[in-house]
Write a protein that binds this ligand. Sequence first.
Ligand code: ATP
Length: 416
Amino acid sequence: MASSYRPSPPCAVLLVGSELLDGRVGDLNLRLLSRILSDRGITVLESRAVPDSADRISEAVAELASRYSLVVVTGGLGPTCDDVTVEATAAAVRRPLESSPEAEQMLKEKYRSWGSGVPPSVLRQALIPRGALPVSNPTGTAPGVVISGEAGCGHIILLPGFPSEAVPLLPLCLGALGLQGCDPSAGRRVLRLWGVPESTLIEGVPGLQEPEGTEVSILPSYGRLDIVLKGASADRLESEIKERFGLRIYSTSLDISLEETIGGLLAGRGLKLSLAESCTGGLAAKLLTDAPGASAWFLGGVTAYSDSVKTALLRVPGELLEKHGAVSSECATAMVLGVRRLTGSDVAGAVTGIAGPGGATPEKPVGTVSLAVSGPGDRLVTEDRRFRGVRGAIRSAAAAWLLGMIHGTLVEGEIP
Ligand code: ATP
């Protein structure tokens, strides 16, 4: 479809679904779709959620399309009576609904591939606004719908609500509108760090506070920081951050996680990793195994939540537990050595702590966590830390810190 689109179009995302507004379902689409859009240089400037009400949807589409070059709408494309997004959009752009032979064909082919005919109720999904284009849905039934913009009205893309359908459809719909976009990574510098608080970062590299014609974005999450720099001083700031915090940088791409970097470092040296987790209950193992191909370098983990499992499986001595307690660097050290022995790994990590809300003592308040990393070889690193926040935050921070320590051990081990 021909397009007179500008290279960096501002965009709005409209989420349709009463379930998003009454707390039954947490939105995933904004994050997933914004990422796809921003990867193509399309900036999302506004997002809004409306219930399954034709009037509300129509009002929101009309208003957003009058202000934005592109409006992406998700939800309400299905065959049931509460799926009113297409009709509401047709009303917003003042076009009648018409049955699209292409959309009908898409639905028929989809059902044929499943070995059946199209149920009559589903054929309703072939009704789209006049002049709109249907886009075949690779993972579901309802076709995406694209409406090319015209004077005073931006382009509109309608996507199903299921994130697993909306995500693969969006690039196809952008392609149908000729909106492949520009490459936003051109000239962009990305630095992902662990274990550097924001305050330490800006004190270490004060230029980040006055970046002179450079866009600086610093995004913290559980002991990690993503720094994105774009503009005149990006190269200089990048060098300063590398010089000051080099060993804490685990990735220079937003697509490469700490866990994948750890996997790469282990696999590159033919090393295997295992974990012993108490307060994190297996969270660190979950994060590691989110990385595709983790079986090449991750042997497994023991969730040693109780003292009895710590002693029986990891051979943590009962006297040690009595003398120092389960939350102590002595216990973390015994756990890490125990899991290394048990699994035969080259590198191991262990974490034990008080996630709260109960279990605290005056000496060991909620958030007290002991961590240990053993290997490669005889190397042993322990740390006692105090994380703030509620139970979930403490567990997430402890798991993230343990993985950071494993990265640190592997990186420092490479320095002669
Ligand atoms: P289909 O045609 O496949 O029925 P649809 O376009 O009608 O899809 P909805 O019925 O609105 O989509 O939603 C389908 C499912 O996706 C529902 O379980 C809904 O809760 C979920 N969903 C919708 N929007 C979102 C969102 N923004 N984030 C996460 N889940 C969502």
